[in-house]
Ligand binder design. Structure first.
Ligand code: ADP
Ligand code: MG
Length: 242
């Protein structure tokens, strides 16, 4: 059974169809990269998976369970599927540790003392042990984004979604954030990410999906999509992007 499965997902904004029948399977421990031009629907698709957007048709399964049925508590799904955005969205008035502990304290119902050892271990694992007491404006963009990833991981998600998490970073800070993704992959995390980092996608992804106007025009292993793209639109996109 796939860890995550999308069947015919349709998302509209008004009369505009932004996800136009998306089929996607993600096996446990896989990293799937969504690539495609701006406006092709990558962010919307990730938001649908996390139930931040209701879908018009189709279904989304997590461990075989339909999480897209109306009436399901989205909070319970979001505790299992973490998401990190391009803009780190850390609370400026809280230090890194407080930022990370806020949601798990509420959602997992743990006290600060119960949670702290686990969270400190996460900070240490991602090279942030000496940054826990810093406020966001005392951290570099790369550090802030790593704190945002730690914050999502503190919920102990089964799947992680990343929406262009390196796009707002200075080029010299991109590597440290991509390294975190490689660590997560090594640890067996199931991940779906939208990215413009084609070199990384080619190296690290198990599967590439090229989105065009809300459809997966072409999907498969990186060797195939990058090495031998079938569609002219994919070829043109890659020629511009690489
Ligand atoms: P990408 O992440 O690939 O750049 P998006 O998912 O952000 O693409 O956007 C896909 C399309 O959906 C775009 O045309 C965008 O303008 C539109 N869109 C995204 N969010 C909304 C919204 N909340 N309301 C209306 N249109 C939206
Ligand atoms: Mg986007």
């Amino acid at each position: 059974m796939p860890k995550l499965e999308l069947q015919g997902v349709i998302k509209r904004f008004g009369d505009r169809t932004v996800c136009d029948g998306i089929d996607l399977t993600v096996d446990e421990g896989q990293m799937v990269c969504l690539i495609g031009a701006s406006g092709s629907g990558k962010s919307t698709l990730l938001r649908c998976i996390n139930l931040l957007e209701p879908i018009e048709d189709g279904a989304i399964f997590l461990d075989g369970e339909d999480i897209s049925i109306p009436g399901l508590n989205p909070q319970s799904v979001r505790a299992r599927i973490g998401i990190v955005f391009q803009s780190f969205n850390l609370f400026p008035h809280m230090n890194a540790l407080e930022n990370v502990m806020l949601a798990p304290r509420r959602v997992r119902g743990l006290t600060r003392a119960e949670l702290q050892p686990e969270v400190e271990a996460l900070f240490a694992r991602f090279g942030l042990a000496d940054r826990m007491h810093n406020y966001p404006d005392q951290l570099s963009g790369g550090q802030q984004q790593r704190v945002a990833i730690v914050r999502a991981l503190a919920m102990q998600p089964e799947v992680m979604l990343f929406d262009e998490i390196t796009s707002a970073l200075d080029p010299q800070l991109v590597g440290e954030v991509l390294d975190v993704l490689l660590m997560l992959k090594k640890q067996g995390m199931t991940m779906v990410m939208a990215t413009h980092e084609m070199g990384f996608a080619r190296e690290a992804a198990d599967k590439i999906c090229f989105l065009d106007s809300g459809r997966i025009l072409e999907g498969g292993p990186p060797e195939t999509v990058f090495g031998n793209p079938k569609h002219q639109t994919t070829q043109a996109f890659l020629a511009r992007a690489l």
